[in-house]
Design a binder for this molecule. Sequence first.
Ligand code: ADP
Ligand code: ZN
Ligand code: ZN
Length: 745
Amino acid sequence: MVDTLLTQDPYVKVALNVPLRATFDYKIPKALAYRHHIRPGMRVKVPFGKGDRHSIGLVIETSVSSDYPDTQIKPITALLDDSPIISQELFDLCAWAARYYHHPIGEVFFHALPTSLRKGETADFRTETWWFLTEQGKTTDIESLKNAKQQKAFLDALKQHAEHGLSPHLLTVFELTSAAAKGLEKKGLVRSEQRSFIKSVETHAHQKQVPPTLNPEQAAATHAILAMRNEFGVALLDGITGSGKTEVFLRAIEALLKDDKQILVMVPEIGLTPQTLRRFESRFNTDIVLMHSNMTDRERLDAWLMIEHGQANIIIGTRSSVFVPATRLGLIIIDEEHDASYKQHEGFRYHARDLAIKRAQGLHIPVLLASATPSYESMANALQKRYHWLKLRQRAGDAQLPQMERVDLRGQSLKQGFSEHTLERMRQTLERKEQVLVFLNRRGYAPTLMCHQCGWIAACDHCDVNLTVHKRANKLHCHHCDSHKALLHTCPECHSTELFTVGEGTEQIEGVLNQYFKHTPVLRIDRDSTQRKTALTQITQKIHEHDQAILVGTQMLAKGHHFPNVTLVVIMDADVGLFSSDFRGMERTAQLITQVAGRAGRSSKRGHVLLQTYHPDHSAIECLCVQGYEALAMSGLRERQQLALPPFYHQVVIRAESQQEQQAMSLLMQLRNQMSVHLSEEMQIVGPYAAIIVRKAGQHRALLSLKSPQRGNLHRIVALASQWLEQNTKNHKIRFAIDVDPLET
Ligand code: ADP
Ligand code: ZN
Ligand code: ZN
């Protein structure tokens, strides 16, 4: 005991869940130091803020001294853990992420923890009450309880389960009450015991599937991945849609499970997890846990603990699962690695793919990035041989890649967005009892509501955007700040009742198709039609039940679904990305089109894709249709290199927002002036400039962009900038954010 006191440093630096780029000093009270050895990674309760308020913090380091006089340093109120709640490895990852992303260290660490642990709950499995017979209970005749029916039933059931006792689950099964149990406890006949609850993983009743024989490309890819185990390396599994990428990683997982390793599989969407889970369960006889934001706090904590205790070998999760406390990780797989949802777009703006790679590096394990449309960043890394480039260019089984055809819209009379040719092809497909998928990346009924008399347009009160018309919900909805109001029928400017909608959204297209194809079910898949948890499953079930059907949807359709009877895909508007002000516009559009197109012809029937466009000869559209995604990416990368854009230049964007119009902009202007003396020659600074949508949710937004081919220089400047910003936004109503490797500019 005395030893502890002698070796224990007197101070701790604590990270708190606050947006400040600092740790906070506290002293360790002697009474605590006698009994515990306080180390980094343990949680403490500390006084913070006004009055007697407290916060939960995480010890970052212990220290022999402090920059503050001892009298000003407050003592820790309580120590919450006996040992660190995160491993050294995770601790280092978080500390690195805080530095790399220039984000407040407390917010980074707290982001990595499940909510219940952030709030200070104990890092233990929940306990539940089990009931057992006492010696007296064993010899008591149940008939003596004649007058207490429930107690009699309870004792009867317990006598039959004397060996293992009664769990809460059995209490429910036998309709027993805990009141009866407590009554019996008073009589000394039964006793209770608290047992830790370990989520019993459902016995996987699934018939285990026999895996298919790998084709030569799949076999080579699997072999290459397995050759990388036990060392750090990144493999880019670049396989066209339906080429059997998932099959490749199932094989890799199988091999690693035999080595007693844990495997983290990251997926972009919560919606995808049940599907992926089923596929995994039908293959492996091991415990699989899910990690995503749609779970309750308790479920997340249980999953977290199961992973930490090594009870789960396969973890399937979304973005934040990059922080799972696995201790035997052998492989990290990132499915659909190009997906933008891996980047957090607010608060701690990390990219889960990049952090996963950093994590794997520290652990000396491989990472597998899988996609049919790899991000240009990953393509560049593969080209520069930093990643192993594993290509699958054949569709698995006997499926063929769909044929891409352009439909020239110039001079055509369109019927609510469809050309006559498109409609005819849809008709033919349906007649063959096959399915059609119509893709339009705009939900709602129409993107604009306008007045015929005065030209008034319904705009959001809080953002610089038009409101989307949602007819069925009878609402005008802002897709940027989520505010909405009732659908208007008279013009607020001139009181005319001649309001009309401009453009089409999926809700309108669904109606149009219902009229054209009266006897064919039309199913819509977008965020509105799938709000209820089970809705997507129900819709996909319907799709599988019918021969003929038309699916209409947004980018939700692009994600991983397998509709074997879809043979025609219609891209209503292939031109959206062509003239985007964002340099990633074309990359995104090409990914979306390729992914959606990939839904066609996934079984034995050949698929066709119709791209409706006003620019059939545009080089990008032509390249995509004739040569495919890889060729387009290569030319896109050449362009980025010429223009000094990412991934050839590293970028950091500093965002500021203020309620008052000019404040954000002038803050960034001052910052730019401050920084200009520190800029090295190769560095580029652009801005400040207004965000594409200047006002969002009532905030005026401005950006300052910094680029450099050298990360080191860029980070030094950004560190200075963040210090300056923190000091200069204290008294103002300006918020700022530092976005390292931004996806939105
Ligand atoms: P991806 O992940 O590339 O889209 P999947 O792994 O989902 O592709 O495979 C597409 C379909 O082909 C699935 O139905 C899968 O079961 C099947 N498949 C995969 N590999 C093979 C193979 N070697 N032989 C036969 N069928 C296969
Ligand atoms: Zn009007
Ligand atoms: Zn808005």
